[in-house]
Design a protein around this ligand. Structure first.
Ligand SMILES: *Cc1c(COP(=O)(O)O)cnc(C)c1O
Length: 377
């Protein structure tokens, strides 16, 4: 059976990038390696929509998040945490480990933190040094209005620090124009690479705060990455094979154009949501993002069992809910190297499995609605 990966990380990797990964390993301090890092860093600036350098860390996305916290905050400093799911909670865990004084703006899973909530929190806590947010809350499928958050936070002394993992490269995100001071993403979500790299951008306002904060990290001290990248280098041995492969995937993004890429994801996501609704299912997120579609498991259906059947019978690997959402939602990723026909296939396979388990639906209803929406009819 052909395996089909629809998890919201890792995601499918283009063939050209896989071929790059098959090549011999080179030395990471050679002029060639430096030229590749320089090129990747330039292309990342384009993906982030920033004029500031984007640093490459050898870690999963969480390492980039920890680097942001460890570099920008001193223990005891107050921060506002916007949390709408497991990844907001990841910020909380890192912040706690680093001794931050966390004020949480919290919404139930499936809901989005609104700009009004952020406005109220910054008004109530003028001493907050940073606002932490998540672009795409991958655990629920919610997307946050970071453009509006940015307008609010830019008027204060606080930094806006964003987990862009899974969102960046799938949905519109303009780091500079939206006043995002620190933006973090990982290689294995929308950037079409296996896991292993984290990418971090820092604004001028962000550097002011970081440079005024005592050094508390070694591997994750962003100052080291700034110093090294000025010479097209990394402070430690990088996952250089992954960096070479990232160059190939980034070239594909460049060739498509970031706005076309956002539009492609938006079109597939809208069609997928239409398909899901036409099957008589509900979209879990109140403000869905374009990286993935999260579906509420209908009453009487075995959520986790359905996913097992999808994989075993048809090769479609979707993701279950995490923690308390296990068995209650299905997460279908359409970010990165995934096209409309593959997602249409996933909708079709879900229809089949549901039909087989006795769920009442008209065969083809989801597929037809997907096609109608995709064709704009
Ligand atoms: C996947 C993900 C993470 C975790 O990243 P790792 O690479 O597993 O460390 C954090 N935040 C969001 C929004 C994610 O989707």
């Amino acid at each position: 059976m052909k395996p089909r990966l629809f998890t919201p990380g890792p995601t499918p990797v283009p063939e050209e990038t896989l071929l790059e990964l098959a090549k011999p390993v080179g030395y990471h301090r050679s002029p060639e390696a430096k030229a590749i890092l320089a090129e990747v860093s330039e292309d990342l600036k384009y993906v982030f929509q920033t004029a500031n350098p984007v640093f490459t860390l050898t870690s999963s996305g969480t390492g980039g998040m920890e680097a942001a916290v460890a570099s920008a905050l001193a223990p005891g400093e107050k921060v506002i945490l916007c949390t709408a799911g497991r990844w907001g909670e990841r910020w909380r865990g890192i912040l706690k480990a680093h001794g931050a004084n966390v004020v949480a703006v919290e919404v139930p899973y499936g809901k989005a933190v609104t700009p009004d909530m952020v406005q109220a929190a910054v008004a109530q806590h003028p001493d907050a040094r940073a606002v932490f947010a998540t672009l795409s809350e991958t655990s629920t499928g919610v997307g946050h209005d970071l453009e509006a958050f940015g307008k609010i936070v830019a008027k204060t002394d606080a930094l806006l620090i964003v987990d862009g993992i899974s969102g960046l490269g799938a949905m519109e995100c303009r780091v500079d124009a939206w006043h995002i001071d620190v933006c973090v993403t990982g290689s294995q979500k929308a950037l079409m690479l296996p896991p292993g790299l984290a990418f971090v951008s820092v604004s001028e306002k962000g550097w002011k705060k970081i440079d005024a904060t005592p050094v508390r990290a070694f591997y994750f001290d962003l100052r080291r990455y700034r110093k090294s990248l000025a010479e097209s280098d990394t402070p430690f041995t990088p996952a250089n094979t992954l960096i070479k492969a990232q160059r190939v995937s980034l070239k594909q993004i460049r060739a498509e154009g970031i706005e076309n890429l956002w539009a492609r994801h938006a079109k597939i996501a809208a069609a997928c949501r239409a398909g899901v609704k036409a099957m008589g299912l509900e979209v879990f997120a109140e403000r869905p993002n374009n990286a993935l579609t999260v579906i509420t498991v209908p009453a009487g259906v075995d959520g986790s069992g359905t996913l097992k059947k999808l994989e075993k019978q048809y090769g479609f690997k979707l993701a279950d809910g995490q923690d308390t959402l296990k068995g209650k939602i299905w997460r279908l990723s359409h970010m990165g190297y995934t096209d409309a026909f593959e997602v249409l296939g996933a909708v079709s396979a879900l229809e089949l499995v549901l039909l087989e388990s006795g769920f009442k639906l008209d065969p083809g209803s989801g597929v037809a609605a997907f096609q109608k929406a995709y064709a704009g009819k």
